[in-house]
Design a protein around this ligand. Sequence first.
Ligand code: ADP
Ligand code: LRH
Length: 463
Amino acid sequence: MKRVAAVDLGASSGRVMLGRVGTEVLELTELNRFWNGPIDVRGTLHWDILHLYRSMLDGLQAAGAVDSIAIDSWAVDYGLLDASGQLLGNPVHYRDNRTDGVMDLVLTRVSAEELYSVTGLQQLPINTLYQLVAEAGRLTTADTLLLIPDLLAYWLTGEIGAERTNASTTQLYDVRRRTWSVELAQQLGIPARVLPRLWEPGDTIGSYDGTPVIAVGSHDTASAVVSVPASDERFAYISSGTWSLVGLELDTPVLTEDARAANFTNEGGVDGRIRFLRNVMGLWILQECQRVWQDDDLPRLLAEAAAAPAFAVLIDPDAPEFLAPGDMPARIAAYSGESPASRGAVVRCVLESLALAYRRTLRTAQELADRPVDVLHVIGGGSQNELLCQLTADACGLPVLAGPVEASALGNVLVQARALGEPLPDLAAMRALVRSTHRLRSYTPQGKPADWDAAESRVFGNR
Ligand code: ADP
Ligand code: LRH
């Protein structure tokens, strides 16, 4: 039996979990949970990195003696260190507007086709590449770039490196050669010296108070996909939280012109897999509605949404106006030209619109990868949203299996346990353990597919 501590930092909350893994055992105990989110300081959105660090230490203290520790977090964001290892400024949030217009600027220097053929990544303004170009001035004094989990691991251990799955989200990583794209960095004025050596999930990074600190899939979505309780390869997943990461697991990247045009990403997974997916805007829009309303009664809002009329107001949740923090109910009204009649109607609009986006994304993913699927696994905090799960099954015309909720923490714990010698030889073995230890909820498609066809052409037309 192994006892490990998993630090899992999502964009809306962080937690430290105690994991116990053994023969037919996979258990998580939440040691602490803490708020996370954007903090506006005089017009720049930051993360509160020291609050996260301190909360992580509190959780690790509560864990007591463990066999190892590992950290996963949201992707793309980073801290810069100077030559003496000091942090140069507080990490900026990927939703900050300093990247406005930067994607277009970069595309005047490197073509979208070339960028895709090297990195295989979806074009999103949040990508590390665009953040770095936006703050090119600060890079002249920087010695090292550390992604968030690597920065926290550095503070724990003093060791410097970049875990591979998260490095693959930067748009500076060569997905075929499986190394940093030094050429791309240099072409865009990013000094190659800032890109540290790469760690594989399972490598030992160093130690904290005598306890090994291990690299896992340090990108939270990579860890989440490890714990998808699939029994064969004909599955799709939605990692449902602040973002909805919607796609497939493949052995090799799909770098075709069609995949680029459809804006699909090829992120690195644990054990060399490819996470072929799209970022869909996710429950962020609902989180922002709740913030603006100052209404944290999610069960009531979901009950009101379930009772609200179907297909009244629809949006494309991936429209750029929904990326930055703000008054989402007002933005929904401005986008659609219609004001939802109540809070329940706003929530229904968000959930139906997400289900529509999932439907389009999954259909395209299967075509692009030539991989038909039989089942859709919904994992993460959003897997508890019964209305969204049912709408997803209806829209996608696929059976949905919902759970586990703490998917990233489970993937983190499983990869640690394997590194410590637990007999979990491959992803199939890890997934079998999740299946046998976690109860899943199933949803069968209901309603009329023609209603979703009509809704899709209302929002997307011929797109
Ligand atoms: P992240 O890792 O991005 O911070 P999580 O995986 O923790 O996100 O999921 C958070 C989301 O899960 C919340 O925004 C909320 O919409 C949803 N959620 C959490 N608890 C529940 C619940 N009891 N019922 C329905 N949805 C829930
Ligand atoms: C989910 C996630 C997602 C990234 C985004 C920045 O937490 O890591 O996979 O694209 O945050």
